[in-house]
Design a protein around this ligand. Sequence first.
Ligand code: AHR
Length: 358
Amino acid sequence: MQLTKIAPLAGMALLSVSLVTACGSNDDKAASGGSSAPCPLVKAADPGNSKAPSGVPTADKAPKLAKKSSYTVAFSQNASNNPWRLAETASMKDEAAKQGVQLTVTDANNQQSKQIADIKGLIAQKPDALFIAPITEQMANVVKNAATAQIPVFLLDRDVDHNVAKPGQDYVSVLQSDFIQEGKRAAVQMAKATGGKAKIIELEGTTGASPAIDRKKGFDGAIKQCPGMKIVVSQDADFTRAKGQSVAETLLQSHPDATAIYAHNDEMALGAIAAAKAIGRQPGKDIQVVSIDGERDGLKAVAAGDLYATVECSPRFGPKGFQTMMDYAAGKSVPTLIINSDQLFTKDNAAANVDKAY
Ligand code: AHR
């Protein structure tokens, strides 16, 4: 959510620069969102990463972290139900081991109530610092509990509601990708995949999670430039492959004229690809799929032609997370928002990156 407030112009500027060349055709209006008007995204370059956000405040009012020779740190992970989460946890554990940090990890099993209980339990153990990957923005209240207990919190990969937990005060910093930009980049790929004419099923991530909110915002905002691209239905599939498959099964039946699927992560896209194949549709031919993450199975699906493209969202937060914590302990200025740089994976580079993926 925070990026919307701090850097709303960065990605849009990149998009509009490259939208000079219009294109499109008049054929097959019925297969489109109902319009034959040209879609400037079809020939647009990948917008790439957004500019570094400007005017980000530093964390001046959050609980302090004393400089020590060794730290006891806790990490509240929201789930371990997909390769992305497993890679993030592994990255945190690996870096903790390298830095000599004693790390306790909890897994909320994709349940908000369990994550709240987990974090309360961790606060009671009085760690020097607490990393939280919040399941939804509603974790803001329990983040405030940690601040009240004078424990500095670093949010990983998702944000919380700033009306409740103030950046730089109730938590030190949030480290994440620019989810709005990811949605814009996915929209450009979808336009290329479909020639700018598509009836799109959108599989959303967990309702209330900041990537689900912002990936929708970025994609929806970008395709407004293309009258032939319409989202015909959007539904929460909880970022999981199983739900991606079951929700896609239902939506492909209720919208047999859908020509594309935008999934907020690779796991849901892979479920949707299986659902489409099960009813005789041919991903990459009569239905185009675009998603976000860049996990190994996603890259394999791109290389196989089932997935048109996936926008990377790196889960490897360990080095940057602990570096930020050490900087904070050393009294350096730490921004309240730290944004990752991410790649784009298409048929041109997916196969070459499979071995490096998670
Ligand atoms: O917050 C990042 C998202 O959460 C990733 O895209 C997804 O795979 C994960 O569960």
